[in-house]
Design a protein around this ligand. Structure first.
Ligand code: SER
Length: 634
């Protein structure tokens, strides 16, 4: 099966079992300020796992595009990628282990056609401290499933981290108990690290064994005495994780049962495809290999000689295409900074392949081609994605040229931390490249260059932090009455923009003076005159409705989780946040519900005093993928 066929088969398998197929969420979460990116399938579904009703029902299936910036430095081996698709199926308080584990097993063995003998599974060994029992039910289900395939699966306890997982698997063992570090899932990890209000639960993982032989005593010689499915030797790869999301952390540190028992299943599409290939190199699957082949062509070099560089380029550019599709534009902050880093790292690796010419314009269509049928937004935004990323490529190459020119002026007989900092800070020339260039030119590195550089970087960060402190006040520069009114108008307009243009609209900046408001937000296209008129109409309507403006402090997680407050996402908030509510007297829901420091007027009708109406006076591009609106009350 090709990778897209596996994806389609998975969605169908669960649709046939009563699941509604739901679209992926964007890579930039709009209602979760705790994280820059969607990194798992459960993140966008958190409110529903906590009990909110989902409009598509209680059984859901999807393939969620995920991005994990924290893995950026791991990319280069045969399995790590920053971008991947997580196949997910969800029971919101409905079916549980007895359905989930057999379904996934059937999907892997009957649909994808994996040999059951190559599958190994794990379950939670229990946590007496937190009064959570060993998951014998899961182990029993697995025993029966293997038994039905004629495989006698013995149970082994690998143990806990404090013992270093120092017990290798024994011949015949196939079901393994591990501690919370391996078999407990929450966004924060093990039970001890979970904040109050965070849901989590024990999980059961499935691993695929890539070598051919059963685990015999002989084999131990090859894989080591201590090999087991969760070790890092490369013999096994995790391909799916069924989380039994049934607990929530209490304020006193203990656990309560959630009102509903959920299943949160996540399986790496690319990894399942690698298992189907019988090849542990995920870059050889049909969704990645064409990119590698093109890199071989463009560079005239072979994958097996340059696998790390080609993997980094393929992964980073695929991720960049999806991020740009979802409205991220390269910049020096937040998501934009990560996108910039991806593109620049890819280009640096290309240089190591002697690929010195611009190549993004050639390679991006290869990537979009792989996704155009299954993610139509990738096809429909192809042109803007090419524009945005190619512009970044050109910019970076200019930076590199300039940096090389300045190198001689800045660098003396020895390379110092100050010189590295100056080239990076003033000319954007990456520190790693300066060091490489110095080595190429046989210039010695000063003994303290690294420590000095770190010191200068830290001081620089401090400076920019003080410069932005207080910026998150809705962009309010003074507290005059007019500015306060514009601030309230900004909230109304933000919500109206999301209503008219869509949920991809996320605040990117705000600046308010007594004369006008200015608001930047993610959106790829010009806002049409009709859309502007509609936004104006909605804002004026809400002003006339005389919404009551009030605020309350909430724990941040609650505000952005169940309550769905919006904000300038990507900002790090404190434990609690102030949330402003603008709600009609008889309305069941607030019109606007936004994290904000204030201040605001107390009644929206104040904005109309003296016969004023809200009017957008300018709409323009601010940077690629970001629009800027100026509006007044007149
Ligand atoms: N939440 C789990 C994970 O990310 C399963 O979807 O692995």
């Amino acid at each position: 099966m090709t990778t897209p066929e596996i994806r389609a088969a998975y969605l169908k398998f669960f649709a046939d079992r009563g699941h509604a197929v739901i679209p992926r969420a964007l890579l930039v979460p709009y209602n979760d300020a705790t994280t820059l990116f969607t990194g798992s399938g459960m993140q966008p579904l958190l409110p529903y796992l906590l009990g909110q009703e989902h409009s598509a029902g209680t059984r859901l299936v999807d393939s969620q595009a995920c991005f994990r910036a924290e893995d950026i430095d791991e990319v280069g081996d045969n399995r790590h990628t920053t971008f991947f698709e997580m196949l997910g199926n969800w029971s919101l308080g409905e079916y549980f282990k007895a359905e989930q584990l057999p379904w996934f097993f059937e999907f892997l063995t009957s649909v994808v056609g994996l040999e059951p003998a190559k599958l190994y599974v794990t379950a939670f060994m229990g946590d007496p401290k937190n009064n959570i029992a060993r998951d014998e039910e899961a182990a029993e289900i697995w025993t029966k499933l293997f038994d039905a395939k004629g495989i006698k699966a013995e149970i082994g306890v690998i143990g806990a981290e404090e013992h270093g997982y120092k017990r290798g698997m024994k011949a015949g063992e196939r079901i393994f108990y591990y501690d919370a570090k391996k078999n407990w899932w929450s966004r924060a990890g093990i039970p001890e690290n979970m904040p109050a209000g965070e849901p989590g639960g024990p999980d059961s993982e499935v691993f695929y064994r890539f070598d051919d032989s059963e685990h015999t005593d002989d084999e131990k010689k090859q894989w080591g005495e201590l090999c087991h499915p969760n070790c890092d030797c490369g013999r096994f790869m995790e391909i799916g994780n069924s989380v039994f999301m049934q607990y929530i952390k209490r304020d006193d540190g203990g656990f309560d049962e959630l009102p509903q028992r959920n299943v949160d299943f996540g399986g790496g599409l690319e990894r399942i495809a690698a298992a189907a290939n019988g090849d542990g190199d995920v870059f050889r699957i049909s969704l990645l290999w064409p990119i590698i082949e093109q890199l071989e062509d463009l560079s005239g070099t072979a994958y097996n000689q340059n696998s790390a560089a080609m993997r980094i380029i393929a992964d980073h550019l695929r991720a960049a295409v999806f991020l740009a599709t979802d409205g991220v534009a390269p910049s020096n902050t937040q998501q934009g900074y990560v996108l910039r880093r991806l593109v620049r790292r890819a280009i640096r690796q290309a240089l190591s392949l002697d690929l010195k010419e611009d190549f993004l314009e050639t390679i991006i269509p290869t990537i979009t081609e792989l996704y155009r049928d299954d993610f139509p937004e990738v096809a429909s935004r192809e042109q803007i994605v090419i524009e945005v990323l190619v512009a970044e490529e050109r910019k970076f190459r200019r930076t590199l040229e300039k940096g090389i020119k300045e190198f001689d002026k800045v660098v003396g007989a020895k390379l110092t931390g100050e010189a590295v900092f100056k080239l990076s800070d003033t000319y954007g020339f990456p520190a790693e490249l300066t060091v490489e260039e110095a080595k190429d030119r046989d210039i010695k590195l000063d003994d303290n260059w690294k420590a000095d550089l770190d010191k200068l970087m830290t001081a620089q960060k401090e400076r920019s932090r003080s410069a932005t402190a207080g910026q998150f006040k809705g962009g309010l520069v003074d507290h005059s009455e007019m500015s306060t009114m514009y601030h309230t108008a900004t909230h109304l307009m933000y919500q109206a923009l999301r209503d008219v243009l869509g949920q991809h609209v996320v605040q990117r900046g705000s600046n308010i003076t007594p004369e006008r408001l200015r608001f930047d937000f993610s959106h790829d296209a010009k806002v049409t005159p009709e859309q502007i008129a509609e936004v104006e109409r909605i804002v004026n309507e809400q002003i006339n409705n005389d919404l009551v403006v009030s605020f309350k402090e909430y724990p941040t997680k609650v505000a952005i989780g169940e309550m769905g407050a919006i904000g300038q996402f990507g900002d790090r908030y404190d434990e609690t946040v102030k949330v402003y509510r603008m709600q009609g007297k008889d309305a069941a829901q607030p019109f606007s519900f936004e994290i904000c420091g204030g201040p605001h007027v107390d009644h929206a009708s104040k904005l109309a005093e003296g016969g004023k109406t809200f009017k957008i006076i300018k709409e323009e591009s601010s940077s690629s993928g970001v629009r800027r609106i100026k509006a007044i009350l007149q």
